[in-house]
Design a protein around this ligand. Structure first.
Ligand code: G6P
Length: 615
């Protein structure tokens, strides 16, 4: 969601800005723009893709040694060229601003600035920042100090980059609540929303902290913490060597990132569980140095998450209650943050997020703390994310960068982690014999191979996908721990194929959705050979009897027969606790192949963003 790239270098920065924006496309956007400094500030904007912006660059021969660029995902104001970033302020001494985040007090500031004579051209909250900086610049004269004074007046979340016509050889950036990193290169200095945009020029990165304001020139940089509106002393920040490789963010032999990421799952899970594979017993220290003490005080779990990560939490509830005997609540972060829940200091609050940037999850976690929850754990795929820095305990899923907007390998690695958490807590609560612990470690070791096997159903799924592509609606059914897997299957299908898909706990069929069933609506059922199989089979009979077409993902040992109107794809034999992880794979493949049939933009579905950094 919104991407920022900026560069100040010895060479023409326009190709760097464009390549950086391409790398950030996955975050989701609906317009793109850049400003490059060359005698004056040359601005190009489009409501098309970054490739369109590239064409404008060629046509207008835009070039220069410093520039700021942006992909915008519309929040305030429609996705139009007028609202696309960068935004300008000032006629005589022009400044340009790009912004990621939402300024909550933009209306108050807008009125104040209009009273001071500033004319607004766009409907965005970002233009307020541009005029506010210009206003302060009038009084303070130095752009760095003016930015510092301005951000102190902003409420909400922001990462910004600013350049001025009068001194175009430097860029000022600032962040609070939205991600921004600096890249230090041989030929210049850079900043971007995430590392993938900068790997083209450097691996040396600095993760800016909340409230940081930085000045970038070609051969040096300075960082200040400007939370109180004054520059104060220079701040020291650690320079990290990024371990991301260019291959990790390249497509390789695949057609889409989602396809690549589906097939990477055996490796992603193996990397995530590596420490367990090499151990003979499970240690709470995998979750942090304090984990043993905190887990021993934990009497319940509260999981906060959004989207696919929320579904991972729903699966974990079944595991935590059954295996570890711990009461568990799972809440949609955007709802939790506005309720008045009753806090329990001995509840462990678990935030799950692939990006670690989701605004609602971060806010919900902070809210939970403010209510009196003492202990928190982050399960996240991004080491330097805000979420990881916000919790006492943390577990990094090692899925590698996930570029496809529809989450796949992040989900299965979250599930693997949550199963590990369950087993760890069960062991500490003396609910796991030594033999059972050993069995669990063996099962987890087998998981990558089992995932590999599950991927082999792809040719059969492709045949189903052709039929689904003709449909406008689909129902997904599951029971028990596979009900959240049905929810995830429905979410995948709607996200990338735009087919309306709803998931139901199969026992709820008769309470409404059965009315939808006719021969035109495909009904997908997840039917593992578990204790609920017989119950599920009765529910499927109810669908079949009403002429519904059933598409059943069963286990090799689930006793369900193929017949007229009942299509079956079988995975391997029932995998016990691992079953929901394995049953996820065919559902991801189904969504992917339906989207391929429909010709949608698989990796960048319309209206969606990968990292939802605004509320
Ligand atoms: C967006 C993404 C989803 C993701 C959700 C939560 O909607 O498109 O794939 O599940 O955000 O993201 P998080 O990074 O917190 O897991």
């Amino acid at each position: 969601m919104c991407g920022i790239v900026c560069a100040v270098a010895k060479v023409n920065v326009v190709p760097i800005l464009l390549e950086g924006l391409l790398r950030l496309e996955y975050r989701g956007y609906d317009s793109a723009g850049l400003v490059v400094a060359n005698q004056n500030l040359h601005r190009l904007r489009t409501t098309g893709r970054v490739a369109e912006l590239g064409k404008l660059v060629d046509e207008q021969k835009a070039q220069g040694l410093a520039g700021i660029a942006h992909t915008r995902w519309a929040t305030h104001g429609a996705p139009s060229e007028r609202n696309a970033h960068p935004h300008f302020s000032g006629e005589i001494s022009k400044i340009a601003v790009v912004h990621n985040g939402i300024i909550e007090n933009h209306e108050v500031l807008r009125r104040r600035l209009q009273d001071a004579g500033f004319e607004f051209i766009s409907d965005t909250d970002t233009e307020v920042i541009a005029h506010l900086i210009a206003f302060n610049h009038h009084q303070i004269h130095d752009l760095l100090e003016a930015v510092c004074a301005s951000v102190a007046e902003l409420q909400g979340a922001y990462a910004i980059a600013v350049i001025e016509e009068a001194r175009p050889e430097r860029i000022i950036v600032a962040r609070n609540g939205a991600p921004l990193i600096l890249g230090l290169g041989k030929e210049g200095n850079y900043a971007a929303s995430d590392a993938s945009a900068l790997l083209q020029v450097t691996k040396k990165m600095i993760y800016l902290e909340e409230g940081d304001v930085a000045e970038l020139v070609c051969d040096s940089y300075r960082i200040f913490n400007g939370l109180n509106g004054k520059l104060g002393k220079e701040a020291i920040r650690i320079v990290h060597e990024s371990n991301l490789t260019a291959e990790a963010i390249d497509l390789g032999p695949y057609t889409h990132f989602m396809q690549k990421e589906i097939f990477e799952q055996p490796d992603a899970v193996a990397n995530t569980l590596e420490m367990v594979f090499n151990a003979s017993s499970i240690s709470p220290r995998l979750f942090g140095n304090e984990a043993e003490t905190i887990f021993s005080q934990t009497d319940s779990i509260l999981i906060l998450a959004c989207g696919t990560s929320y579904h991972a939490g729903l699966v974990a509830r079944y595991w935590l209650e059954t295996v570890a005997g711990l009461p568990c609540n799972v809440e949609i972060a955007s709802e939790y943050r506005y309720r008045d829940p009753v806090a329990n200091p001995n509840t462990l609050v678990v935030g799950i997020s692939q990006s670690g940037e989701t605004a609602d999850t971060l806010a919900a976690l902070n809210y939970a703390k403010s209510l009196g929850h003492r202990h928190s754990l982050a399960i996240c795929n991004v080491a330097e994310s805000a979420l990881i820095r916000q919790t006492e305990l943390r577990f990094l899923t090692r899925a590698g960068p996930e570029i496809g907007v529809a989450s796949t390998k992040a989900f299965t690695t979250q599930l693997a982690t949550l199963l590990l958490l369950t087993v760890t807590l069960a062991k500490m609560r003396k609910r796991l014999s030594r033999e059972r612990e050993y069995e669990m470690i063996t099962a987890l070791r087998h998981l990558p191979a089992a995932l590999q096997l599950a991927l082999q159903v792809e040719p059969q799924v492709k045949i189903w996908a052709k039929k689904f592509a003709q449909k406008r609606h689909a129902l997904f059914l599951g029971r028990g721990v596979h009900y959240p897997i049905a929810m995830e299957g429905a979410l995948k299908l709607k996200e990338i194929s735009y087919i309306h898909a709803e998931a139901y706990a199969a026992g709820e069929l008769k309470h409404g959705p059965l009315a939808l069933v006719d021969s035109d609506i495909p009904v997908v059922a997840i039917a593992p050979n578990d204790i609920l199989l017989e119950k599920l089979k009765s529910n499927l009979q109810e669908v079949h009897a009403r002429g519904g077409e059933l598409y059943v993902f069963a286990d090799a040992d689930s006793l369900i027969q193929q017949s007229e109107g009942v299509h079956i794809i079988r995975l391997a034999e029932h995998a016990g606790l691992l079953s929901p992880i394995l049953h996820t794979i065919p559902l991801q493949l189904l969504a992917y192949h339906v989207a391929l049939q429909k010709g949608t933009d698989v990796d960048k579905p319309r209206n969606l963003a990968k990292a939802v950094t605004v509320e």
